[in-house]
Design a protein around this ligand. Structure first.
Ligand code: ZN
Length: 472
């Protein structure tokens, strides 16, 4: 970044840049985070530093308002208090009657509390509460024999119909049907689709690589080779009202989790459509009505795409992914291959990957990241439940994962709703066409233009990708 770009972030008090640089103010002798709300220094009095240490070495003191050293140490008291609050909500959702109760408990004002939930959890307090209630009910359905109604009330639902309606919307099943997934004998179930569900995009996602070794679509029948956790094939039968799923005995809970992700059931496509229309971008939605993002079957699959897909075109990325599966995946049936685990990839060396046409750099990043996961130093599944801010910071600290890969991984595999893979040419081409821009937006302009779609920037990204192609 140039000094002018950094100064612009300082004027905007842009917290997204906290930690990426520190602002030294030569007249006062202090240094700050870009988000500092103290009076803005004149550009001539400012000097930028890459780290807090370099600012201190220059003789500057940490600001008492924005505490740059706490941030550099990884401490972030406001984030920690919101994370603790969400922890409480997840632990006992029934203790919170509604969003107002969450705001009261947070100790922040309403506007600030909503802003913090949006920034750190990509959700409103009410959405976070609803998800916590459903997760708590799911857990109780699988692990106890308590009656369904009692479970709904214990999760904080006031009426049985609200429990059923929301449970079905987010899981595709009734609570009673969900409970049967725990039986070993359950080898099939059917997910009900919302009325406005558009199968087109699920088909598109299942067929995007016609030669794929782990995902196949023929007519209304799809197969997905996955880890449940053992390598196996899931079979899907598509119809406009429901998706029937067949799975091996003893894997129904995991098969259901994968199916809900593939279908994107937890995404609020209708809310994004309303926002886009309100902003005057009805065309973006009209081009692909009901679009949802199909999540990868596992977080490690998402990581494979995020590393393999960097800086190369889609068909080449598909070829590299297929070759990797053939090299270290597990053959299942009908020529399908279950994708490798991190441990499988960690066993390889660059000499295994270079002949598959991986670049030296890509091979290095892939192996290093797979080893971090295999050694338990990076837990992608846990990050899917962390705050978005924590997930992003943790992933950005991994060598080889830049902002594009991290945000791609967060939206395609971890299920976060408000991500933009900055630097993505599909996004910038989409913005060019949608907003009739004169030139392709740079990273800063992309960030600014995309901000209007918050907290649904992941769906906005998926729509921009679609804008440049004809949906089959
Ligand atoms: Zn400050």
């Amino acid at each position: 970044m140039t000094d002018a770009q950094m100064y612009a972030r300082v004027l905007a008090s842009d917290a997204d840049f906290d930690g990426r640089f520190f602002t030294g103010v030569l007249t006062t002798g202090i240094y700050c985070l870009p988000s500092c709300k103290a009076r803005k220094p004149k550009p001539g009095n400012v000097r930028f530093f890459p780290t807090a240490e370099s600012a201190r070495a220059f003789g500057l003191r940490p600001c008492r308002k924005c505490h740059p050293d706490d941030f550099a140490r990884g401490a972030d008291p406001v984030l920690e208090s919101i994370e603790a609050l969400v922890g409480e909500i997840r632990q006992n959702p029934a203790a919170f009657a509604d969003a107002r109760a969450i705001v009261r408990r947070s100790g922040f004002g309403t506007t600030r509390c909503f802003e913090l939930f949006r920034r750190h959890y990509h959700a409103t307090p009410a959405e976070a509460l609803m998800r916590a209630r459903i997760a708590s009910a799911r857990h109780a359905l699988l692990t106890s024999d308590t009656g369904v109604g009692e479970i709904g009330f214990a999760a904080g639902f006031e009426t049985l119909s609200a429990f059923h309606e929301n449970f079905r919307r987010l899981t595709g099943l009734t609570p009673a049907a969900y409970r049967t997934l725990r039986e070993r004998a359950t080898t099939s179930f059917a997910l009900a689709l919302p009325e406005d569900y558009a199968l087109t995009y699920l088909r598109h996602a299942l067929a995007r690589d016609p030669e794929s070794r782990d995902v196949r679509l023929e007519g209304d029948n799809a197969c997905v080779a996955a880890r449940l956790p053992g390598p196996a094939v899931l079979r899907f039968t598509l119809s406009p009202e429901s998706i029937a799923v067949d799975c091996p005995a003893g894997t129904a809970v995991e098969a259901h989790r994968i199916a809900v992700g593939l279908l994107g059931l937890e995404q609020d496509a209708a809310a994004f459509a309303r926002l886009a229309r309100k902003l005057g971008f009805a065309r973006l939605v009209a081009h692909a009505p009901g679009l949802r993002i199909s999540l990868t079957p596992s977080t490690f699959d998402g990581l494979l795409w995020a590393v393999i897909g960097q800086q190369i075109n889609f068909s080449f990325a598909c070829r590299l992914k297929r070759r990797l599966l053939e090299r270290c995946g597990t053959p299942v049936e009908d020529g399908m291959i279950a994708p490798p685990t991190a441990t499988d990839v960690a066993r390889l060396s660059a000499d295994d990957l270079l002949p598959l046409q991986f670049s030296k750099q890509k091979a290095g990043y892939l192996l290093a990241t797979a080893r971090l996961i295999a050694e338990g130093k990076l837990d992608l599944d846990r990050l899917a439940h962390a705050s978005a801010t924590r997930a992003e910071r943790t992933l950005l600290a991994v060598r080889g994962l830049g902002p594009w890969s991290v945000n791609y991984l967060m939206m395609r595999a971890l299920g976060f709703a408000d991500c933009v893979p900055l630097g993505d040419t599909g996004v910038t081409s989409g913005l060019l066409a949608l907003m009739h821009l004169d030139e392709r937006p740079d990273i800063d302009a992309t960030r600014r233009l995309m901000s209007v779609f918050s907290p649904y920037r992941s769906l906005a990204t998926a729509h921009l990708w679609m804008l440049n192609r004809t949906v089959p």
